[in-house]
Design a protein around this ligand. Structure first.
Ligand code: ADP
Ligand code: MG
Length: 326
């Protein structure tokens, strides 16, 4: 089973950023309102994610590390109704097969406990531990036992850049949760839970830059069961901001042709050669109207009513975009 885990790990765990993505999604699934991420050496040496969510019961700790044991998909139809972010039941198994992993948790009903796995085929042993309500997953020495994969890792700066991007995407989608990110013992981002519009805009400014939010227009449009909200910003020349394009469907960041086309069309009057649209947008719709791709690393969706979604997006955006003043 460890070999199968290592193969699965190739798909799920590409670099420290993928570890952070999986651990953050788990913390959010557990209902955390505070999440702290500590990283060393771009995440290769250490990724530690601590949350104050529901926790894991002692007896279930080893199970949490075993592949598919916890998959949230029980029936094929469940695929249509997936509400939680994690649903494959293999992230922790995959990560623990290519690193040194310690899982410590307190579920409230009983004392805290931890389990530790080190890449090998070893039965996790439950140890008593000290931990407040919630869970800490500590991953050390990524790919220590798979040198070939370790060689694909880039510089500390590049890996931390990828990791920050994952953190940014998730922090943008969960305004009600407080986040902290530290790198090599220094706090690089501190985000308080945002309860009102002003606090949300402030978080966007922290994550996307003050210039983006100052030169953007807020959007909030609802029609025929669809709601689009967020910010559309001035098209920008800056290469660095070329990817300031965040689009979420029911809380999940996605890339999609229908969405891209509608947004481009809405921007067409204010687009000049070499400019890029800049936006942070959230589309909410009935989950039955959209298929989420089940591939772990892709961010694809398929709308049942593509035309309807396209037209809604264009109508919701084009007047707001036209109002943007450089
Ligand atoms: P999945 O999230 O797809 O179920 P994972 O391997 O990511 O699979 O996690 C396995 C299980 O471990 C989860 O289903 C959950 O029960 C438990 N778990 C993992 N992380 C946490 C956490 N931070 N808080 C509470 N439970 C967790
Ligand atoms: Mg998960």
């Amino acid at each position: 089973p460890r070999l199968a885990n290592q193969i699965a790990a190739g798909e799920v765990v590409e670099r420290p950023a993928s570890v952070v993505k999986e651990l953050l999604e788990n913390a959010l699934d557990a209902g955390a309102s505070q999440i702290q991420v500590d990283v060393e050496q771009g995440g290769v040496r250490l990724v530690r994610v601590r949350d104050n969510g529901g926790g894991i019961r002692q007896q279930e700790l080893p199970l949490a590390l075993s592949r598919h044991a916890t998959s949230k998909i029980h029936e094929a139809e469940d695929l249509e109704a997936i509400g939680s972010l994690g649903f494959r039941g293999e992230a922790l198994a995959a990560i623990s097969s290519v690193s040194r992993l310690t899982l410590t948790s307190c579920s409230g009903d009983e004392g805290a406990a931890s389990v530790r796995v080190e890449g090998r085929d070893m039965a996790p042993v439950i140890q008593p531990a000290a931990h407040p309500q919630g869970t800490t997953v500590e991953m050390r020495d990524l790919f220590f036992n798979t040198p070939a994969r370790r060689r694909f890792l880039r510089t500390e700066k590049t890996e931390f850049g990828h990791l920050e991007e994952v953190f940014r995407r998730i922090a943008l989608s969960e305004f009600g949760t407080g986040f902290q990110l530290s790198h090599n013992q220094k706090v690089t981002l501190q985000l308080l839970a945002a309860r009102d519009a002003a606090a949300r805009a402030q978080r966007v400014a922290r994550l996307c830059g003050a210039a983006f939010i100052e030169q953007s227009v807020p959007v909030d449009v609802e029609a025929s069961g669809l709601r689009l909200h967020g910010w559309v910003g001035l098209p920008t020349f800056s290469r660095a901001q070329a990817d300031l394009q965040y689009f979420y469907v029911n809380g999940r960041v996605i890339r999609d042709k229908v969405v891209n086309h509608a947004v481009r069309q809405a921007y067409s009057d204010v687009m000049y050669h070499g400019r890029h649209a800049a936006y942070v947008l959230f589309l909410e719709l009935d989950p039955a109207l959209v298929d989420v791709n089940v591939h772990p690393t892709k961010h694809e969706v398929r709308f049942r009513e593509q035309r309807m979604v396209h037209d809604f997006l264009f109508r919701a955006l084009h007047r707001e975009v036209a109002a943007l003043k450089p």
